[in-house]
Write a protein that binds this ligand. Structure first.
Ligand code: SIN
Length: 325
């Protein structure tokens, strides 16, 4: 019996993978999102067992991506999940906020089919552009049904990363992404997809149409102005992620202000600015601990949790669970 080719849908949103510069020498000073999806697919050396179709949803530099884009993508991608003509989806995205979009989608989509996100560090017009190989390998992972068990994954520079651990860790190297201490989830080479970690458990998910509560992030630093907390309150935030020192420590001048803001209803999550490690529970009931989530992932979790009406008493358990998503 001959199997029909796998149908992979490309959903394009812009980014450097679709970037164009005046000269092939330029790897900065280009316009992100300048090329349409069709241009990225034109010369892709696909095998016969994969078919592609493409949709252009945005043509953005991802620094300008807003939470509304995440929600729009979640709606579009939920539809692709239920489309019998689609076996897997690749989302092309700018690398600057790729980790946020991947984590939001991971928290909101039930995946029966692979959802792979990719981007590039060099514009499409550069010599040795990394986009074509990233896109080809992302398509190969999206055509592998097993990938759906890992939740949303990113494919960049030959490695597969779980949305839970993915982070951009370099400003310009082609090898800009990693998964921190967790390590990559897998790799892809010449169409072979190898998994280095077990599938994700994904015990918790929010509906894609969950309203998003306004949540800000503040980073601690020596001499931080006390007016920062006021600014967050004045802006109408319902939550704040405090990216503190070490194990989430808060400058002594700021801590009473945060406790007072907490009493007035602001949900405050203590995370760490160190870039790695878990924020442990020191037994203070006033703050929620981010556990293993970095400040950016903690913010999205809190936006969803507050938007979904999660009771304050349930927030710590939610962060503990999401840490292991
Ligand atoms: C962007 O995030 O859209 C621009 C930067 C990139 O894709 O590398």
């Amino acid at each position: 019996m001959t199997r029909r080719p796998a149908s992979v849908r490309i959903v394009a949103t812009g980014g450097t993978i679709a970037g164009a510069a005046p000269s092939p020498r330029d790897t900065s000073g280009y316009r992100a999102g300048a090329l349409p999806a069709a241009a990225l697919l034109a010369d892709l050396p696909l095998q016969d067992d994969i078919r592609l179709d493409a949709r252009q949803l945005a043509s953005l530099d991802s620094k300008d991506a807003l939470p509304e884009l995440w929600q729009m993508l979640a709606r579009e991608l939920a539809q692709a999940q239920s489309d019998p003509g689609v076996d897997g989806v690749v989302l092309t995205h700018g690398t600057d906020t790729l980790e946020e979009t991947a984590w939001f989608l991971h928290l909101t989509l039930a995946l029966a089919k692979p959802l792979v996100i990719t981007g590039a560090m060099r514009p499409a017009t550069a010599i040795s552009a990394d986009g074509p190989m990233n896109l080809l390998q992302a398509v190969q992972v999206a055509a592998c049904p097993w990938a759906a068990r890992h939740g949303v994954v990113a494919v960049l520079n030959g490695r597969v990363h779980h949305a839970r651990h993915l982070r951009k860790a370099h400003t310009h190297r082609v090898d800009a992404f990693d998964s921190g201490e967790a390590g990559a989830a897998g790799f892809v080479q010449d169409g072979y997809v190898g998994w280095l970690s077990p599938p994700r458990r994904r015990p918790l998910r929010f509906p894609p149409d969950t309203p998003l509560a306004p949540v800000d992030i503040l980073f601690d630093y020596p001499g931080i102005s006390t007016s920062m907390v006021d600014a967050v309150l004045r802006a109408g935030a319902r939550g704040l992620v405090w990216a503190g020192y070490g194990n989430g420590s808060i400058s002594g001048r700021i801590e009473p202000l945060l406790r007072e803001a907490g009493r007035r209803g602001l949900a405050i999550v203590r995370a760490t600015r160190t870039g790695a490690g878990r924020v442990a529970h020191p037994g203070t009931g006033d703050f929620i601990q981010a556990a293993g989530l970095d400040p950016y992932k903690a913010r999205i979790a809190l936006m969803l949790a507050l938007g979904a009406g999660t009771p304050p008493a349930a927030l710590q358990a939610l962060f503990d669970t999401l840490s292991y998503e």
